[in-house]
Design a protein around this ligand. Structure first.
Ligand code: MN
Length: 191
């Protein structure tokens, strides 16, 4: 069964001015869609034709892995946003962030540094380890923490296509504003 591009869970202009309608039109309708189409073409006639996306991520490599991981990463990224949503982590995630980083503010600084210093294209992640503790990790290109046995909680896409139309080369400005559109009800529910 072919994979389908999930619709954005909000309007294209819902994240303005932090992420513009134009950026979402390209990022979702062109980039995310291309990963879905590429994946569907690449898995035809392979052992992955009927597999679910996590199975493909865990077991594939090369072009199939790159496109499957990018499909999953983008769905995970787009799902965590909303305007005027919960601004702070809740419950067990809030406790884990305070226990690991001292405060939400300290966590934000460390995560921002990871996203800022990632060289080239990739993703910054807050992940949960199997023992429940938290970590911040960087991955290059399509790489994804699932393959390392880590559970993704929050991600930031730092491929230039995520911010270039709105911020050009100013990745730190995108990262500074990123916090204002996160929905911490959704993110806290992932812990
Ligand atoms: Mn992207």
């Amino acid at each position: 069964m072919a994979f389908e591009l999930p619709e954005l869970p909000y309007a294209y202009d819902a994240l303005e001015p932090i992420i513009s309608k134009r950026t979402l039109e390209f990022h979702h309708d062109k980039h995310h869609a291309a990963y879905v189409n590429n994946l569907n073409n690449l898995i035809k006639g392979t052992e992955f034709e009927q597999a679910d996306i996590i199975d493909i991520i865990m077991k594939s490599d090369g072009g199939i892995f790159n496109n499957a991981a990018q499909v999953w990463n983008h769905t995970f990224y787009f799902d965590q946003f909303g305007k005027d949503r919960a601004k702070q982590p809740k419950g067990q995630l809030a406790e884990a962030i305070n226990a690991t980083y001292g405060s939400f503010e300290e966590f934000k600084e460390k995560f921002t540094t990871a996203a800022k210093t990632l060289f080239g294209s990739g993703w910054a992640w807050l992940v949960k380890k199997t023992n429940g503790s938290l970590d911040i990790v960087q991955t290059s290109n399509a790489e994804n923490p699932l393959k390392e046995g880590l559970i993704p909680i929050l991600t930031c896409d730092v491929w230039e296509h995520a911010y270039y139309l709105d911020y050009q080369n100013k990745r730190p400005d995108y990262l500074g504003n990123f916090w204002d559109i996160l929905d911490w009800d959704i993110i806290s529910g992932r812990y």
